[in-house]
Design a protein around this ligand. Structure first.
Ligand SMILES: [Zn+2]
Length: 178
């Protein structure tokens, strides 16, 4: 978001030169530069043997299941966000958090940092913001996640990570059939 006014004091921002960044909106009063940065959020595929943890959250996608996701909070590492979001949304404790890459959604100014993790312990105990959480066969995941393109890309990476050799998992994936 390109700021025009200081979110703290409401004064108009001026442009201040900052090395490689060029002109950056700056509040003289608060001495703060407002860099045009994306909002970081994590997405995580939790895997237990040949199953994956899928959620239903209609406010994200009406007819599609999704992976656990959430915004990074100030003071938190990415790994801490991943651990906390899985625990909060599903009640599950995870281990072996592994980075799978990042994707961005420019229109929403989001930087999606993606991970996989393995189930450690706990029973599913969903939060109020989640309609439904369940272990789903990894082979059915791509078919269940019809609308969630970023989620599907993560599942494809997980299939590679677990060295999946079958074909069934890709049966709903148009891109793999071409
Ligand atoms: Zn200010």
């Amino acid at each position: 978001m390109k700021f025009k006014f200081c979110p703290l004091c409401g004064r108009s921002l001026i442009e201040k030169y900052s090395w490689d960044e060029g002109g950056v909106p700056y509040c003289e009063y608060d001495d703060i530069m407002y860099f045009d940065t994306p909002k970081p959020c994590v997405v995580v595929a939790v895997v237990k043997d040949d199953e994956i943890l899928l959620l239903k959250q209609s406010y994200i996608f009406k007819n599609s299941k999704v992976l656990v996701s959430g915004y990074v909070t100030v003071g938190e590492t990415l790994e801490e966000t991943v651990y906390r979001e899985v625990k909060e949304e599903t009640g599950i404790t995870i281990d072996n958090i592994k980075y799978l890459g990042s994707q961005c959604i420019k229109s929403k100014e989001l930087l999606m940092i993606t991970f996989m993790a393995t189930y450690l312990e706990g029973e599913i105990e969903k939060s109020a913001e989640v309609e439904w959480v369940q272990w789903e066969s990894l082979e059915n995941a791509l078919c269940e996640m019809t609308e969630d393109e970023i989620g599907k890309n993560i599942v494809k990476k997980v299939l590679e990570e677990v060295q999946y050799k079958g074909h069934k998992a890709y049966s709903c994936d148009i891109n793999s059939l071409i």
